[in-house]
Ligand binder design. Structure first.
Ligand code: ZN
Ligand code: ZN
Length: 585
């Protein structure tokens, strides 16, 4: 049921095809401080510019552009309403860090400012945002979780600036990309999760993230009253508070607070003396405050307007979250709080701690977005479902995911029998029809499943159930995964296959009638000519391994997978006559 080597060439067919341009995103650059002029410099050779998408291009190594009365003035080249640039360029704008981009750019004038938009393939956008967001991550699996969340956000919320002519800005309003160099570990995390998104009911989930929840994750409607989704619910986060809980304190003079409120257009009562907390949300975040003790009645205030006013006037990030206590101390007010950010969705500090403790990115995403699963952006109907140790890849997730509990059980039994654990999450790919299974695997219909790498590819589940071989097939293939995870490259096929067959049915009696030499078994298993030949080789390999295990013990034989098969074992006489029942053909 397994022919590992035949599939090496077929693997090429499964490589991703070219990028779909439908996945490209329009990202506005310099959103926070739009420049009124910019210099474009070629990063290698020259770039091309044109004044309409279909116009002929002009090569240049340097171009200076400034806004002049709703037009672009291109130094030494005239005036245009728009400008389109392709090729690697470095953008230099006064007062902004230079930015290197190798994506098509569009430049327009709007309100005496330059509107610069880059058209970026989804995976490049994910890499740029992960670069901008990954500074605090120390672990590979938390980086992967973040890559999936960034991609999900981009998929779910693309077009949120449609009215302005682009998909995303480059500020914290959307996500903050860093365009210059993508570090190798970021590129690896993006590649390892290519196309993967968090989904809920077959659509990209509404995901959010923040720096540190302070141990208490907020439900989405605590922060955005109209966003209520089950996977963004309030729960505690034991991870971000494990090692170095983020605690902060800020003290302000009452007069400074009054001034900052006035600057924000609010009118605090004259002579107020204390700030009191009126209400908190389910996660403990302050919702409403009151300025009390003044001449006029108490002054109610929402925590978010208060934070915004104080942060803007007295220093950004002085009040890092709404999870705080207030102490009134003479004419000063002391805020002592935990965490940083809104607390909804993935907590970056907690995710990194989970990864440090050995959790993988699926477990991290399960924890922060309970009830969702990881699936693919562009998969022609293929979707992913995960269970504790397995990942199901299927076109009929509702129906096929019923297989997962049984498969988990079989995997655990296999691991107990062999005495070691699978060092990765195994993937089960279930084909919707026998034809598609045959087309993709190149296997005849009588081969129920094949294993390649970390993936077991199965015929339609209904087909296997009908033949009552679902469980035995899973058992066999999981033993293959376990054996392959330990086998050195030169381990012969007959040894691998015989071992798996023996482990799958250790109590089966030997028929003793199908002896073949090791070379004959190897030849048949590497290229079986018929079902009958293959069954003959299976039977011989199984008996060969049963005899070895009887003679040397199971532990030694399993050990040979990694240490190598001893020469005396391989140099057996061509007929295993010492077993008494063999017949040379
Ligand atoms: Zn935005
Ligand atoms: Zn947390």
């Amino acid at each position: 049921m397994k022919s590992r080597w035949l599939f090496l060439s077929l693997a090429l067919l499964l490589l991703p095809l070219g990028r779909a341009s439908a996945q490209d995103l329009r990202v506005r650059l310099f959103s926070l401080h739009p420049p009124s002029d910019v210099i474009l410099r070629a990063t290698s050779g020259s770039f091309q510019w044109r004044t309409c998408p279909a116009c002929p291009g002009t090569a240049a190594t340097l171009l200076a552009i400034e806004v002049a009365s709703a037009q672009l003035r291109i130094r030494d080249a005239g005036i245009s309403r728009e400008l389109y640039v392709t090729g690697g360029v470095r953008l230099e704008a006064v007062g902004e860090p230079a930015l290197t981009a190798n994506f098509p750019l569009e430049l327009k004038a709007a309100n005496s400012q330059l509107l610069v938009t880059a058209t970026v393939p989804l995976e490049d956008y994910v890499a740029a945002v992960l670069t901008g967001e990954s500074g605090d991550f120390r672990n590979e699996q938390s980086l992967r979780a973040m890559a999936v969340v960034i991609r999900t956000y981009a998929t779910r919320f693309r077009g949120q600036h449609d009215n302005d002519g682009f998909d995303f800005c480059d500020t914290t309003h959307c996500q903050v990309p860093a365009w210059n160099t993508v570090p190798a570990r970021v590129a690896a995390a993006v590649e390892a999760t290519r196309d993967e998104i968090v989904s809920f009911q077959d659509a990209a989930a509404a995901v959010f993230y923040h720096q540190n929840c302070g141990g208490a994750l907020a439900a989405s409607n605590e922060v955005w009253p109209d966003v209520t989704v089950t996977y963004l619910r309030q729960h505690s986060d034991p991870y971000c508070v494990t090692n170095s809980p983020l605690k902060w304190e800020s003290s302000f003079a009452a007069s400074d607070i009054s001034e900052s409120l006035r600057q924000a257009g609010l009118a605090p009562p004259v002579g107020w003396t204390t700030i009191e907390i009126v209400s908190r949300s389910a996660s403990g975040r302050v919702q409403r405050l009151r300025l009390a003790g003044g001449s006029s009645p108490d002054f109610p205030l929402s925590a978010s307007s208060f934070r915004f006013a104080v942060d803007r006037a007295l220093g950004w990030n002085k009040i890092r979250s709404d999870l705080y206590d207030v102490r009134n101390d003479g004419d000063h007010i002391l805020f002592s709080g935990r965490g940083s950010g809104h607390g909804v969705g993935l907590c970056q500090a907690g995710a990194d701690e989970m990864a440090r403790q050995g959790k993988d990115y699926h477990q991290i995403l399960d924890f922060y977005f309970p009830g969702t699963h990881v699936s693919r952006v562009s998969s022609q109907g293929w979707q992913t479902r995960t269970s504790e140790r397995l990942e199901l890849f299927t076109t009929a997730p509702e129906q096929d995911s019923k297989l997962l509990p049984d498969a988990e059980k079989v995997l655990k039994e296999d691991e107990a029998a062999i005495g070691w654990e699978l060092p990765f999450r195994a993937r089960l790919q279930v084909f919707p029809t026998l034809d598609r299974y045959r087309d993709t695997t190149g296997q005849p219909g009588w081969v129920a499943a094949t294993t390649r790498g970390q993936t077991v590819r199965l015929q339609p589940v209904a087909e296997l159930r009908k033949r009552s071989i679902l469980e035995s097939t899973l058992r066999h293939e999981f033993f293959h995964l376990l054996v392959e995870s330990h086998a050195r490259v030169e381990t012969p096929l007959w040894f691998r296959e015989g071992l798996v067959l023996y482990l799958s049915e250790p109590g089966k009696r030997n028929s003793g009638s199908m002896a073949l030499t090791d070379d004959e078994m190897e030849a048949i298993l590497s290229k079986p000519a018929s079902r009958r030949d293959q069954e003959k080789a299976y039977s011989a390999a199984r008996e060969r391994l049963a005899a070895l295990i009887q003679r040397y013990g199971k532990a030694s034989v399993l050990d040979w997978l990694s240490s190598g098969i001893p020469a005396e074992v391989l140099a057996r006489p061509s007929a295993p006559s010492n077993q008494g029942a063999s017949q040379q053909p």
